[in-house]
Structures are given as structure tokens and as C-alpha cells.
Design a protein around this ligand. Structure first.
Ligand code: B12
Ligand code: SF4
Length: 608
């Protein structure tokens, strides 16, 4: 049941007769509750959490440096609740056997995971075990508000320690305080973000990575993003300055994982294109691949202007990037402007996607529903435009959510706007505020419909046909599309929260809801399992037939509007550019900039 359990006891000579002590740290990356109140947990979760890897790596380093003295070993147990049941009773008895010498760290706690974290913490605190909570909820709240809100106060009242900011360079202090039994109520480093060059690298043992699907692990090559999107928490928690790991450290991360058989990576930087050392990092990876024969491959997150950075796309390809994720967010310029997402230019979308396609890299994009100018009709029409005019592979939908830590959340809270008080729902999958043009029910229906509108059998076929032209592995792509297309309908969760074989325990339910009786819980669970598997099998069969049709047509030339670069006259005809006034204005603006740049360039030339 323990995901990664490592007893780090580097033997140092101890004074004769002195007994070794074990400082026990249990790190838990919590999950959260589904709409029925059960913990979302899988036999295999999608990927390991970099938050857990970062804190694990830091504490592992403390253990190797023996920061608690030569006679005290540091023992780390790491649990990812999305794939491992948290047995609080066992943690309590193990800790008790060790005189509560240690602590439980709730790691990388997002807002939607905060209620679950407090539920895990309650019995631990009652047993006298020190508990520390870190992650985006605590950091985001302390970054945006001077006063402690009721949710953080509830933790402090339970005697839980809060950690805000990043732990690199600070973890020694926390461990030493904990070992002395003198943890402070709050460690607040939110205004003092550490440099990442030479910082301890994130790492998880291979046996924990193997509790996830595939052979993929996560690491951050940098943190921070220069842009200012109002719904974003990252800029307020990790800052707008690019802080990054050195190419040497990236190489160490890759080698350490490669040695334990892990060669696929999700680089979690929210915008790797704005990592100031992207080129040096790519160059190092290219060297590892081309000169040292390391077949490492990557998924990275980038912005919609990345293709304009000289060499970026070409080097990404050589460095083994096979997929990119882009925050497309919306195709209505009014909405993008309202969210201060000024860097997203609809006039660039298609050319950017084609630049990636040209090198055989497939694209995922996030699309947000519920911007102020959206109506159910406009959003449905926008998705149809995307299907017809943009060569995008995987599209995923989110609700516009005022996440704690974002400017939107702060502004709405300041105005006293009605915000749903249940933090468990702050997972980008729920409607949490009133919308000017849609009722809550309409917004929720739009979210459910959006997946069905995009992933129709005929559009899946089009995606695969387009991908085949660019030499993309369509068998693999078909599997990912199956995952994204079916997750919400079959498992009722977003694909990023999904996993392989849902596990449920009768007792792992929100304490506000009753434990269901055996006669009700088990028959329903059995029925659920049967129905789900039947639906997965049916969907997989339909997908296989589409795949087979496309693969059989490999020699037939395929082309469509989305696959051709945008021409000047198309800006007058494409719906993407003409569907409303602000889209037309965006095109006019881009045209004016182009003319001015050309005039400026020829003036500069005539001056030379
Ligand atoms: C990679 C990633 C994922 C991956 C993997 C999960 C992971 N955590 O690695 C996947 C794709 C699975 C994912 C899914 C989701 N994610 Co996500 N994800 C990220 C991303 C891009 C990077 C996470 C990361 O590695 N950060 C770097 C680490 C090092 O930072 P950290 O977690 O804050 O940890 C540091 C400190 O907080 C502190 N610390 C943390 N814990 C502890 C504990 C102790 C004891 C101590 C001392 C210190 C400490 O030290 C750490 C090292 O410095 C972040 C954005 C971001 N830039 O962080 C979003 C982010 C965390 N995700 C977010 C969300 C909403 C989700 C989803 C709910 C989306 C969805 N509906 O599917 C799901 C939830 C799934 C789940 N079970 O976690 C939000 C959370 C916002 C919030 N306020 O709650 C973020 C911030 C993005 C956003 N949109 O704003 N995610
Ligand atoms: S581009 Fe992404 S990471 Fe950067 S501010 Fe916008 S939402 Fe945040």
C-alpha cells in the first residue's frame, strides 16, 4: 500500500552505546472527493506528482546530509492518494511506536484537495502527530490576502503547520524545528522565491512511478511565467520571473530516472517557451539523445507565440518532444482580453499549430468555458469553428474558475460576489459563480456537451487523418483520444484526474456524508464496474474501427482547410476570423502591425 517507502540510513559511526533514532516523515499527496463524496483513487493514476517528487527529493537530500545529527536517520514514506489508499490508522500506530518522532506532510495541496487534507489531518492531530500542509492553496491564499481566511484558520486551530512558498533551501529549518518539537504555526516564504540553479532535484523511486500509467515521470525545469492572465494562480505563487534549473541538473534528473528505466517525461513548467534557458536545456537533451543514445521523450507546455521564437520548434523536435500542451483558452478576442490573455492572438493559432504539425508533434489544448462573453450558443459555435479551421489533436475543456491565488478570485472576493464555499469543487470542473449569460444548469450542460461536440466519430476520424499526413503515431493518438473523449461520460471526472480502474472504499467518504450500508454500497459498486467496463469496451471498439479505416487509407492523400497555412484572403472568409466584431478587429490589428513592421524594415534598410 505504501507507494514509495525508502529507509535512508546512511551508516555513520556512532558514539559507543548511543542508540540510533529514526525521524519518520510520511508525505501524502492527497486526492479529493468526487461528486458522490468518495475519494478519487485508481489502481493506476495518470502520472506521478512533481510536487511529491520535489518534496521527496529535498527530504531525501536532508537524510543523506544527516541534518538531524549522525545518530538520527530520516525515514521517508511517500504516498500518492490518487493510486494508494491512505491508512491513517496505520500511520498513527507506526508513529506511536516511534513516540511521534516525525511528522506527516500533506504535499502539493491544491484548493480542491484542501478539505480532504484537513480530513486526513484531523485524526493525526488528535493522536498528537505533527502535520504540515504545503502547496498551491496555502501559498495562493497567503500570496493574495494579508489576513488569514477561515479555511487556513481552521487548520491553524487544529495545530497544523502551514508552509507557503517553495521549500528549496528552507526544508532544513522545517525538519530541525520538527525534530525539536518546535514547529512554527506558519512558514511563509511566498515573497522570497528561491533560485533553482543548483537546487536539489525532484525525484521519486521507480516503484512509485510504476503505480502510474505508462513509464512517465514529471519534473520542473523552471518556474514562473511572464504573462498576466487574470484566472492564473501560477504568477502569484511562483512569480513572473523565469527561475530555472541548470542544464547540468536537468541532465542529472534525466539520468537518475533513466537508470531506473524511466525515459518519458512531462516537463511541468507552465510555459517552457518562456524558460530563459530553454535553448541550453534543449541543447543538452539533444546531446544526450544524439551522442549518448538516450531515447528520452517529452511532453511540454508552451504558449501560442512559441513558434515565433527562432529554433524553438526545430530544437524541441530534436530534443525528443513528442507532444505539446497549449493554453488556447478561447477563440473570442473579447474574452481573451477580459482575462488579460493578451499574448493569445487568434491570427496566430493556425500557423502555430501547423508549425508543430510540420515536425510531427501532436498538440493538446485547453479550452475554457464560461468567459463573460460566452453564451451556450456562441461556445458551441466556437467549438465547431475549431474543428473545421484548426489542426488541433486533443482538446480539453474547463470551467472558468476563480481559483484561490488568482486575481479573479481576489477581485470577486473583494466585491463580495457569491463564490461556492466548497473548496472541494475548485477543480476547474464545476460552475462556482453566477454567469452573466448562462444559468448554472446551462453552463454545466455546456461543459458536458462540449466534449461530445468536439469528439464526434467523424471529427475523431478527421483528427487521425490529419495526424497521419504528418507522420504522427495514430495508434497512440487514438488511445489518448479515447481517454479524453470518454473520461467525463464514463468516469465522471476530467481526463487529467482520470486513471485506470477506479477504486472505492466505503469508508473513504466525506465525513459530512453518511457511510453507506454494505447492502447498498457493494451492489451499486458492482453494477457500476460492469456498466463502466461495458462502456469502455464499446467505445474502444468504435475507436478501433475508426483507426482501422484511417490506417487503411494511408496511401490516399488527405488535405483540408485546417491543414493549409492561413492566406491573406482567408482572413476575410474563415469563421475563426469573422465570427464576431472582436475577431474581425483582431485581424485588422494584425494586418496593421504587419504593414507597419514591413514599412519599418524597409525604412531601416534604406538607411543602411
Ligand atoms: C504538473 C501539474 C499537474 C499534473 C501532475 C500533478 C502534480 N502536482 O505534479 C497533472 C496533469 C496530473 C495535474 C492535474 C491536476 N491539476 Co495540476 N498542475 C500541475 C502544475 C503545472 C505543476 C505542479 C508542480 O509540480 N509544481 C511545482 C511544485 C514544486 O510546486 P508546489 O506543488 O507548490 O510545491 C512546492 C511548495 O508548495 C512546497 N510544498 C508543497 N507541499 C509541501 C509540503 C511540505 C511538508 C512542505 C514543507 C513544503 C511543501 O514545496 C514544494 C517545492 O518547492 C501546477 C502549476 C504549477 N506551476 O505548480 C498545476 C496545478 C497545481 N494544478 C491545478 C489543478 C486545478 C489540477 C487539476 C484539479 C485539474 C483537473 N481538473 O484535472 C488536476 C488534479 C489532479 C491531481 N490529483 O492532482 C492547479 C491548482 C490550483 C489551486 N489553487 O488549487 C494548478 C496550480 C494549475 C492552475 N490551473 O492554476 N496537474
Ligand atoms: S500563460 Fe499560462 S502560466 Fe502564464 S500567466 Fe497565462 S495562464 Fe498563467
Amino acid at each position: 500500500m505504501v507507494m514509495g517507502r525508502v529507509m535512508l540510513s546512511v551508516r555513520h559511526p556512532t558514539a559507543a552505546g548511543s542508540a540510533r533514532k529514526h525521524f519518520r516523515i510520511v508525505l501524502i499527496k492527497p486526492s479529493h472527493y468526487d461528486d458522490d463524496g468518495y475519494v478519487i483513487r485508481w489502481y493506476r493514476s495518470p502520472m506521478p506528482a512533481n510536487s511529491l517528487a520535489s518534496v521527496y527529493g529535498l527530504i531525501d537530500d536532508c537524510a543523506q546530509r544527516h541534518i538531524l545529527g549522525p545518530t538520527t536517520d530520516i525515514e521517508i514514506v511517500a504516498i500518492d492518494e490518487t493510486n494508494t489508499r491512505v491508512r491513517v490508522d496505520r500511520i498513527i500506530s507506526d508513529m506511536r511506536a516511534n513516540n511521534n518522532f516525525g511528522f506527516v506532510g500533506l504535499v502539493g495541496v491544491q484548493s480542491n484537495q484542501y478539505p480532504r487534507s484537513l480530513h486526513i489531518a484531523k485524526p493525526l492531530r488528535e493522536a498528537g502527530i505533527p502535520v504540515i500542509i504545503g502547496g498551491f492553496h496555502v501559498s495562493g491564499m497567503l500570496a493574495m490576502f494579508d489576513k488569514i481566511g477561515p479555511d487556513l484558520q481552521a487548520a491553524l486551530d487544529m495545530g497544523i503547520t502551514l508552509f507557503a512558498g517553495e521549500a528549496e533551501g528552507r526544508i532544513d529549518e522545517v525538519l530541525c524545528d520538527a525534530a525539536k518539537g518546535a514547529l512554527k504555526p506558519i512558514y511563509n516564504y511566498i515573497d522570497d522565491l528561491p533560485a533553482l540553479e543548483d537546487a536539489v532535484i525532484p525525484f521519486l523511486p521507480g516503484n512509485s512511478v510504476r503505480k502510474t500509467i505508462g513509464n512517465v515521470t514529471t519534473f520542473d525545469a523552471g518556474r514562473g511565467c511572464p504573462f498576466q492572465c487574470s484566472f492564473c494562480t501560477i504568477i502569484n505563487v511562483q512569480g513572473r520571473k523565469s527561475r530555472r534549473r541548470s542544464p547540468d541538473d536537468v541532465e542529472r534528473i534525466l539520468r537518475k530516472n533513466y537508470e531506473q528505466g524511466i525515459d518519458r517525461f512531462f516537463i511541468t513548467d507552465d510555459n517552457f517557451a518562456r524558460n530563459k534557458d530553454w535553448e541550453a536545456i534543449f541543447d543538452r537533451i539533444i546531446k544526450l539523445r544524439e551522442q549518448h543514445g538516450m531515447d528520452v521523450r517529452f511532453l511540454i507546455q508552451v504558449d501560442t507565440l512559441c513558434h515565433k521564437i527562432p529554433n524553438f520548434v526545430a530544437k524541441a523536435k530534436r530534443a525528443g518532444v513528442t507532444r505539446i500542451f497549449i493554453g488556447l483558452e478561447n477563440i473570442n478576442p473579447d474574452n481573451l482580453l477580459a482575462a488579460k490573455k493578451r499574448q493569445n492572438k487568434i491570427t496566430e493559432y493556425r500557423n502555430m499549430l501547423l508549425a508543430w504539425k510540420a515536425v510531427g508533434i501532436w498538440t493538446y489544448a485547453g479550452y475554457i468555458l464560461g468567459f463573460p462573453n460566452d453564451t451556450p450558443e456562441s461556445a458551441r459555435r466556437d467549438i465547431e469553428i475549431i474543428k473545421k479551421e484548426m489542426p488541433l489533436d486533443v482538446l480539453e475543456f474547463f470551467f472558468l474558475t476563480p481559483l484561490p491565488g488568482s486575481e479573479d478570485h481576489k477581485v470577486l472576493s473583494g466585491k463580495g460576489a457569491p463564490l461556492d464555499p466548497d473548496l472541494n469543487k475548485y477543480d476547474l470542473e464545476h460552475a462556482l459563480t453566477p454567469h452573466p449569460n448562462m444559468s448554472k444548469a446551462e453552463w454545466e450542460k455546456l461543459y458536458r456537451d462540449a466534449w461530445a461536440i468536439y469528439y464526434t466519430p467523424s471529427h475523431i476520424e478527421t483528427i487521425l487523418r490529419r495526424a497521419q499526413v504528418y507522420g504522427i503515431n495514430i495508434w497512440r493518438l487514438a488511445q489518448i483520444i479515447l481517454w479524453f473523449a470518454q473520461s467525463l461520460t464514463i468516469e465522471k471526472v476530467h481526463p487529467l484526474q482520470g486513471g485506470f480502474v477506479r477504486l472505492k472504499n466505503r469508508h473513504e467518504r466525506r465525513p459530512e456524508l453518511p457511510v453507506e450500508p454494505v447492502w447498498k454500497f457493494y451492489p451499486r459498486l458492482t453494477w457500476e464496474v460492469i456498466v463502466k467496463h461495458a462502456r469502455v469496451a464499446a467505445a474502444a471498439w468504435r475507436m478501433f474501427r475508426i483507426y482501422r479505416r484511417v490506417a487503411a487509407g494511408v496511401r490516399i492523400a488527405y488535405n483540408d482547410q485546417a491543414m493549409t497555412p492561413v492566406t491573406e484572403d482567408e482572413t476575410e472568409t474563415l469563421e475563426l476570423f469573422t465570427h464576431n466584431k472582436s475577431a474581425r478587429e483582431a485581424v485588422d490589428h494584425a494586418r496593421r502591425i504587419k504593414i507597419l513592421t514591413a514599412v519599418g524594415a524597409s525604412a531601416a534598410q534604406s538607411n543602411v
